[in-house]
Structures are given as structure tokens and as C-alpha cells.
Design a binder for this molecule. Structure first.
Ligand code: B12
Length: 306
């Protein structure tokens, strides 16, 4: 089992895998869970990490999907509750491991509190949502489960988060969600409140009836919504990602013209090794160098930064 620290590897281009590739890794992971083979389970996930899959694919299409299958197998009497419990623990540990592999691309300055509702031991859905928005640059407080509404309200009053996200799985969850939302509203009326989890597909879980701002069964749908609402795309990007982006733009435009690095360096009056550093995202280039490259390539300067 080899675990590399993806966090120190710098920015990478993430590639969405095909449905077939996802199924292969999910099935490998699921087989490992049913055998109780944590090393093999970790290897399956690490293989996907090494292919630079996007985190949402790993969390939702592999981990969550495998756990739903584990539930089906338990329901069908194919595995015992002990196997299911072990699979849960292995999956929670995988999620904890994954968190270090996707350093946030930027800091949004936004803050969220994420929790499963009281008496709800199903925490993986809330944890996935919490981690996915953390990768988007949010500061997150993940509470797990069991926090009573008044204690949640107290924390919200103290920390004044921009977002509160709640998850509920079992019957009775709707009432608990309502209690939590009331407590949150009382504590901080400006917080945006999202609820998700299996109970939210029930008919009495409409946004208005719950008092939430958004009810979302799919975490990615919720993330799209908060990106728009909080204009996350417009917030500051880290320098290393910006340099990586500029480098990719320069390189793709140079290759489209069929030019060597030497040729472009000459046209732009830059050193070839400097240009190589730029294209690899390693050179913190000056505005003057951006202008020289833009002029040489015949592209407007904003195209390199967009
Ligand atoms: C693992 C598991 C457990 C673990 C949970 C451990 C943990 N820390 O999470 C343990 C062993 C504790 C457990 C206990 C119980 N479980 Co259980 N459990 C499961 C199982 C197998 C997988 C759940 C899971 O993790 N799924 C993966 C997650 C990621 O999926 P998810 O929660 O749906 O989340 C997704 C979306 O809903 C959404 N989402 C979720 N939250 C949020 C929040 C926001 C803001 C957003 C935007 C999106 C979002 O995003 C996620 C990714 O797509 C399911 C089987 C199944 N079919 O799901 C049963 C299941 C959920 N459990 C069930 C039951 C009945 C129980 C128990 C009552 C059993 C018992 N008699 O003791 C207890 C309840 C304990 C308690 N106090 O809550 C039932 C629920 C049926 C129902 N409707 O009531 C299920 C469906 C099994 C079954 N077929 O009967 N369980």
C-alpha cells in the first residue's frame, strides 16, 4: 500500500474518469469492504487518487455508492451487521485520508457549519458535503451527529457562519430538521441553510415547509447553487494555481502555433529556461513578461489569466 501526500504535489489537472473506470474502482473497493480487507480498500482509493480523479467522484461515486451497496447487501442478508459496521469504519477512514489529498485551490473567506441532525448516526453524507466545500475553499466546522438544536443554535450565534448545512436520514428527521433550522434562524438570521440526506426526498420536505433556503438531495447540485449564491468563482485563487493556469495557457497557445520553446522565447525576448518555468507553473512571472508573451503569441493579456 503506497500513500503519497497529494497535498505537497502542487496543483494538478484533474481528469474526470469514464463511467466504466468509476465502476471498476467502486467494485474493487466494494469487494475489499465485503472481505474486510482495509489495505486493498485503501489501495483501490489511492489508485484513483493517483489518476487525479476529482474529489466528488471519489466521495460520491465510489465511497457513498459502495456504502449504499453494502446497505443493500445487508438488507438482502448477504452480509452481517458486523460486516456493515466494519465497512463503515473503513470508509470513514478513507474519507479522512482523502481530505489531505485535495488542498483547497483558494480560500473563499466563507465559513460553514455542517452537521447531521440529533439522533442521526448516519454522518457520512454530511461529512462528504463538508469535505467537498472545504476543497472549494470554505472553512468548515463538521459536527458529526448528535448535536441538539439549542447547542447548534448556540454555536451558530457564536461563530456566525455564512452557511449551515444539515443532513437527516431516518423517519423523524423532518421534525428534527425543522427544530434545527428554527434554532439556526434565531441565532443568526443571515445564515444560508441547506438541508440534504435521504429524508429530504419525502414529500413534506419542501424548502418552504422546512424553513430552509435550499433542499438538495445531490451534494453537487447544492455546491453549484452556493457557488452562484456566494459568487465563489470570483474569489481569490491561490498563486500556485494562477501560475499553473498561466503556464497552461502559454503552452497550449505556443503548441497551437507549432512553435518550440526556443522560438517563442526568442520572439518574446525571454530566456528559454524562464519560459520553461512559466509553462510548468513554477515561474512567478512579471507583468512585463506576461505582456511580452501575449504580444509574441498575438493573444490579449486577459486570456492568460482567465
Ligand atoms: C452505514 C450505515 C449505518 C451506520 C452509519 C455510520 C456513520 N457514521 O454514518 C450505522 C451502523 C451507525 C447505522 C445505524 C443505523 N442504521 Co443505518 N445504514 C447505513 C448504510 C449501510 C449506509 C449509509 C451511508 O453511509 N450511505 C452513504 C451516504 C453518503 O449516503 P447518504 O447519507 O444518503 O448521503 C448522500 C445523499 O443523501 C446526500 N446528502 C446526505 N446528507 C447531505 C447533506 C447535504 C447538505 C447535502 C446537500 C446532501 C446530503 O449526499 C450523499 C452523497 O450522495 C445505509 C444503507 C443505505 N442504503 O444507505 C443504512 C440505512 C441508512 N440505515 C438504516 C437504519 C434503519 C439504521 C438503524 C436505525 C439500524 C438499527 N436498527 O439500529 C441505525 C440508526 C442509528 C442512528 N442513531 O442513527 C436504514 C434507514 C431506513 C430508514 N429510512 O429509516 C438504511 C437505509 C438501511 C436499510 N436498508 O434499512 N447505519
Amino acid at each position: 500500500m503506497v500513500i503519497q501526500n497529494g497535498g505537497s504535489a502542487g496543483p494538478v489537472q484533474r481528469t474526470a474518469p469514464t463511467a466504466r473506470e468509476v465502476k471498476r474502482v467502486r467494485d474493487r473497493y466494494l469487494r475489499a469492504l465485503t472481505r474486510g480487507d482495509e489495505t486493498e480498500a485503501t489501495d483501490a482509493i489511492q489508485e484513483a487518487v493517483s489518476f487525479h480523479w476529482p474529489p466528488a467522484t471519489l466521495y460520491i461515486d465510489v465511497l457513498a455508492s459502495a456504502m449504499t451497496k453494502i446497505g443493500d447487501m445487508w438488507h438482502a442478508g448477504e452480509i452481517s451487521i458486523a460486516h456493515e459496521h466494519q465497512a463503515t469504519q473503513v470508509t470513514l477512514r478513507q474519507a479522512a485520508l482523502l481530505r489531505q489529498f485535495f488542498p483547497p485551490e483558494r480560500k473563499t473567506g466563507l465559513h460553514a457549519i455542517v452537521s447531521a441532525v440529533e439522533r442521526n448516526g448516519h454522518t457520512l453524507g454530511a461529512m462528504i458535503f463538508s469535505d467537498l466545500i472545504y476543497f472549494e475553499g470554505w472553512d468548515t466546522d463538521f459536527l458529526g451527529s448528535g448535536t441538539p438544536p439549542d447547542a447548534l443554535g448556540q454555536m451558530v450565534a457564536e461563530r456566525k457562519p455564512d452557511l449551515v448545512a444539515l443532513s437527516a436520514t431516518q423517519p423523524g428527521g423532518i421534525e428534527l430538521l425543522r427544530d434545527c433550522i428554527q434554532a439556526v434562524r434565531k441565532a443568526h438570521k443571515d445564515a444560508f441553510v441547506i438541508v440534504g440526506g435521504p429524508v429530504t426526498s419525502q414529500k413534506d420536505s419542501a424548502t418552504g415547509q422546512l424553513g430552509a433556503d435550499l433542499v438538495a438531495t445531490d451534494p453537487m447540485e447544492a455546491i453549484e447553487e452556493i457557488r452562484t449564491r456566494f459568487e465563489v468563482a470570483g474569489t481569490s485563487i491561490s498563486l500556485e494555481h494562477l501560475l499553473q493556469r498561466v503556464g497552461e495557457q502559454v503552452k497550449s497557445r505556443r503548441l497551437a502555433k507549432g512553435w518550440s520553446q526556443q522560438h517563442l522565447a526568442q520572439l518574446a525576448s525571454l530566456d528559454r529556461t524562464y519560459l520553461s518555468g512559466v509553462e510548468n507553473g513554477k515561474q512567478n512571472l512579471t507583468l512585463g513578461a506576461v505582456k511580452k508573451l501575449a504580444d509574441a503569441l498575438g493573444s490579449p493579456i486577459p486570456d492568460f489569466l482567465s
